[in-house]
Design a binder for this molecule. Structure first.
Ligand code: AMP
Length: 428
């Protein structure tokens, strides 16, 4: 099944707008995997705020909420990853005091006692191996047999896990786009307990429409800007985009593999020799399909991977042996700006430089600025992925682009053409 089947399947589901939540208990999978500082304070509450339209709709109609999420990647109960840290902020955003269930498997009484307009947040689902359905605590030298048995055991207990969660509610809403590409208990398996009462939340609907605007309803020229560290991590995306876009801008660390593939000198820049055949294939296919594939022409280099290292600009094909490409230089950015401003639809995922180091973040911030300008001129612009979203937010442009996705990995898998398990579970 691919993303192209999505409209057909869309007709099979309930829509949150049409559902009457009055007197109903809704269990809602959200993605409250927010960043916390060392004092366990939320440093960016975007994911909480973006789930509010769905959560508020249920409460406003006289329904009650059982909210579930993961936080971080705990492999056992670990207070560092407790959702207790975010209860106050969720309450504040929702406008009602949110109750807390300290064990997501022991919340039946609290869920049953919820009155219309009340909300309960369950403790981190990933305290249980059943959420991801992957065995834990296996010895490093475990045999294949032991691994198989452990996998079977966790899959077995997963059934009871899902049944317990489903038992808390009358209907299920998936509003966790950030985890929609994972076939986990709360994102995919639980849906089958609610054959006529499962639906996407508003955030999921928005994300799906945004991706449709790129993959199916794009006004042309359509441009994709793909940056980030490695070709290997975005190979499928690059290949799928070739069949769809008019312009493909490849920036960031992954660009150097393409430069080397064409005989350029990349010095110490990040590159993957084993991906050179793939890079050549992509270059060839772009040519055959008439896609304008635009690589960097000049790069800001450093002599070490350090914010304060001396910097110098070199043509991208002539980087000296002891220098490393760290950011897109003005000549590249000017080329890309022309492409961006002449596009009607633009997708951006991945930084065009080492965004974490302020001296090498300029290229990525410039792309954010260009996207905001393109949006002002009427283009549809979709931004996803941690660094790209951070760049847009840092520039104060989050509401000056058309859509900021809450899911980096999920968005990339959707763009690869895959239908995500969290989406399929609602539509099946
Ligand atoms: P990704 O997760 O694939 O989107 O990659 C993001 C990472 O790519 C960030 O951590 C950036 O620092 C890194 N990156 C971007 N450009 C470069 C570069 N020229 N050299 C090394 N790393 C880079």
């Amino acid at each position: 099944m691919s993303w192209n089947n999505i409209n057909i399947l869309y007709t099979m589901q309930q829509f949150i707008d049409k559902y009457d939540f009055s007197g109903k208990k809704a269990i809602v999978r959200v993605d409250f995997n927010v960043p916390l500082n060392e004092n366990f304070e939320i440093t960016d509450d975007t994911r909480i705020r973006r789930a509010m339209p769905t959560l508020k709709k249920v409460l406003a109609e006289g329904g009650s909420l059982i909210i579930m999420s993961h936080l971080g990647r705990p492999k056992k109960v670990d207070p560092k990853f407790s959702l207790q840290h975010i209860v106050a902020r969720v309450s504040e955003c929702l406008g009602v005091p949110v109750q807390f269930a300290p064990d997501c498997m022991k919340a039946a009484e609290q869920a049953a006692a919820l009155k219309p307009g009340e909300a309960l947040l369950l403790e981190n689902l990933r305290y249980y191996a059943e959420e991801e359905g992957k065995p834990r605590g296996l010895a490093e030298d475990a045999t294949e047999e032991e691994k198989k048995a452990a996998k079977k055991a966790v899959k077995e207990s997963q059934k009871a896990f899902v049944k317990t969660l489903a038992g808390y509610a009358d209907c299920y809403i998936n509003d966790a786009f950030g985890t929609a590409h994972r076939a986990h208990a709360s994102t995919a398996l639980i849906a089958e307990f609610f054959p006529n009462d499962k639906m996407f939340g508003y955030l999921m609907e928005g994300e799906i429409k945004a991706i449709d605007n790129i993959l199916k309803n794009a006004q042309r020229p359509l441009t994709a800007i793909i940056g980030g560290s490695k070709v290997s991590s975005k190979l499928a995306v690059l290949k799928n985009l070739l069949g769809k876009v008019d312009n493909l801008i490849i920036g960031g660390g992954m660009g150097y593999t393409f430069i080397k593939a064409q005989g350029g000198h990349v010095g110490l820049s990040l590159h993957e020799d084993e991906l050179i055949p793939d890079a050549l294939e992509i270059l060839k296919e772009a040519k055959e399909r008439g896609v304008n594939l635009s690589l960097s022409v000049a790069t800001v280099c450093a002599q070490s991977f350090d914010n304060d290292a001396p910097r110098q600009i070199f043509p991208i094909t002539q980087i000296p042996d002891d220098w490393e490409g760290m950011d897109a230089a003005p000549a590249s950015l000017e080329n890309w700006k022309k492409i961006i401003l002449s596009s009607k639809t633009i997708l951006w995922n991945g930084p065009v430089g080492v965004f974490e180091l302020p001296n090498f973040a300029k290229g990525t911030l410039q792309i954010a600025e260009d996207l905001a300008e393109a949006t002002r001129m009427g283009a549809y612009t979709l931004v996803g992925g941690g660094d790209s979203v951070a760049a847009v937010t840092q520039m104060g442009y989050a509401d000056k682009v058309s859509y900021v996705s809450t899911g980096g990995g999920a968005m990339l898998e959707a763009i690869e053409g895959k239908i995500l398990p969290g989406i399929a579970a609602i539509q099946d």
